[in-house]
Write a protein that binds this ligand. Structure first.
Ligand SMILES: Nc1nc2c(ncn2[C@@H]2O[C@H](COP(=O)(O)OP(=O)(O)OP(=O)(O)O)[C@@H](O)[C@H]2O)c(=O)[nH]1
Length: 336
């Protein structure tokens, strides 16, 4: 287009549009270097400017060729036909598919169709090298729209479906099917992160008391109902960054990132009371025993879990329905 602008006797538009577009694109590039996050708006603005730069000369020269006797479109139209292909490909990349299809179709109707109609109406110009070149560039683009875009649309549909399947599968992998809280995979991973990233935190392991008796007395279905209710009560008491998971059977694990020993004991006590203070369905009283510890600077996953488990064991030994703290933390403090 720039070369065309330098031709002696060029139209005013050929002299004005190329430098203007160079400025627009140079400005866009500078904006993108400074603010890479603007990629989408800057590219879309550049594509809009490009569209105007293709539509305006197309209409101007086509009307001029139609209205000025002895003027041939193939002689005066600047070499912009291949830019339509580039423009449509860019539109396909930077706009959502349905929108891209509409924009591409509109661009073809506004840029390619007037030239094609003109050429069909002027066979003498159509069968010149420039005429056939225009025909071969502008004609097949519509095939690209008709064939390629629906294919892309199908591919996008499949990709979206696979992505949503993946999200549901991931949710299922991390979920305990009975209680609908996290399974041990999640709390283990959170605990590993707290250790690896030196966030620290508190760990609470708790186990329902005499759960076998609940199953034996009220039946397995009621036992399941108790597990689900306990999980829901605990989950409701915890913050978004804290995690309660079903560790297995009637045992649960809570991880509280960043918590110190005072906070973790308070949380454990709150959970204990929430379980013990209200009946669950047909079961008048459900209690649980708690073992509490905090992560030490050079802890291992197995080390933390073993301390929490030992504290839980002591809690059971000392009469159940209580919170016991890891011995190293306890430093002679009495247990609740
Ligand atoms: N309903 C139901 N019961 C379960 C589930 N998982 C484990 N249990 C039962 O939980 C009971 C655990 O019993 P025990 O390990 O003897 O412990 P406990 O009776 O709670 O006694 P303590 O822990 O010593 O207070 C077993 O009878 C298991 O069958 C489950 O998903 N649903």
């Amino acid at each position: 287009t720039l070369v065309n602008a330098l031709n002696p006797g060029s139209h005013l538009m050929d002299v004005v549009v190329p430098p203007l577009m160079c400025l627009v694109f140079a400005g866009s590039l500078v904006a993108l270097v400074r603010h890479p996050e603007w990629l989408l708006p800057v590219t879309r603005s550049a594509l809009s400017a490009s569209s105007v730069a293709l539509i305006a000369p197309t209409w101007l020269y086509t009307v001029q060729a139609l209205t000025t006797p002895g003027t041939q479109l193939i002689a005066i139209l600047p070499p912009i036909s291949s830019l339509l292909v580039v423009l449509i490909v860019m539109v396909m990349f930077f706009f959502p598919l349905r929108q891209a299809f509409c924009i591409a179709l509109l661009l073809w109707l506004l840029i390619a169709l007037p030239v094609l109609i003109y050429l069909v109406a002027h066979p003498a110009e159509m069968w010149t090298p420039r005429g056939t070149s225009l025909l071969m560039t502008y004609g097949p683009i519509i095939l690209m729209l008709v064939v390629l875009l629906p294919m892309l649309s199908g591919m996008h549909g499949t990709i979206d479906r696979l992505a949503s399947d993946r999200v549901s599968m991931e949710a299922l992998i991390n979920l305990d099917p009975l209680t609908k809280i996290h399974n041990r995979r999640v709390s283990e991973q959170l605990l590993k992160n707290c250790i690896a990233e030196r966030i620290g935190g508190g760990v609470i392991m708790f186990d329902l008391d005499r759960f076998k008796a609940i199953n034996d007395t009220y039946g397995h279905a009621v036992g399941d109902q108790v597990l689900t209710a306990v999980a829901a009560r605990c989950k409701a008491l915890l913050r978004a960054n804290e995690c309660v998971s079903r560790w297995g059977g009637e045992e649960f694990l809570v991880v509280i990132p960043g918590a110190d020993d005072v906070v973790v004991r308070q949380v454990a006590e709150r959970l204990r009371r929430a379980i013990a203070n209200a009946p669950i369905g047909a079961v008048p009283r459900v209690t649980a025993s708690f073992g509490v510890t905090t992560i030490r600077p050079d802890d291992s996953l197995a080390g933390v879990l073993e301390r929490a488990d030992r504290a839980l064991y002591r809690s059971k030994q000392r009469g159940r329905n209580r919170v016991a703290v890891s011995p190293a933390l306890l430093d002679g403090e009495p247990m609740a």
